[in-house]
Design a protein around this ligand. Structure first.
Ligand SMILES: [Zn+2]
Length: 128
């Protein structure tokens, strides 16, 4: 496959996030797009999307970096955190349909917040 322009690469990554409410790990994204762009491009696109508030990142189990869509209507709102749930069994990481307010702490300025809950998802739990 030939070299794909950065604009096209950006569009491909955006579309990938549009079609799911799940968080995607950097490792997965690099693997998925390996025919279209190199890992440096993936990293650069993710960093850019995080900068303009479209994505938020957090560390999952094993120190992997994950990215997920922010709630678009609140993309610039730093006072709300969107918790994710990561299943230890199947690795699925989904954004929970709840917003958690970030507490105000006197004399401290919060810059980034991540909130990850780890456990078993409904599907894996059934199999026990
Ligand atoms: Zn699971």
């Amino acid at each position: 496959m030939g070299k794909v322009s950065e604009t096209k690469s950006l569009k491909a990554v955006l579309e990938r996030f549009e079609e799911t409410n799940e968080a995607l790990s950097v490792v997965n994204l690099i693997e998925e797009f390996k025919d279209q762009m190199n890992r440096t491009t993936v990293y650069r696109i993710l960093a850019r999307l995080e900068e303009n508030g479209y994505l938020q990142s957090f560390s999952g189990t094993g120190g992997l970096k994950w990215y997920a869509k922010t709630n678009e209507s609140k993309a610039k709102d730093n006072n709300t955190v969107y918790p994710h749930f990561q299943c230890e069994d199947c690795g699925k990481t989904e954004r929970l349909p709840i917003d958690v307010p970030v507490p105000e702490i006197a004399e401290h300025q919060v810059k980034t917040v991540s909130f990850l809950l780890v456990g078993s998802c409904g599907q894996c739990d059934e199999g026990i």
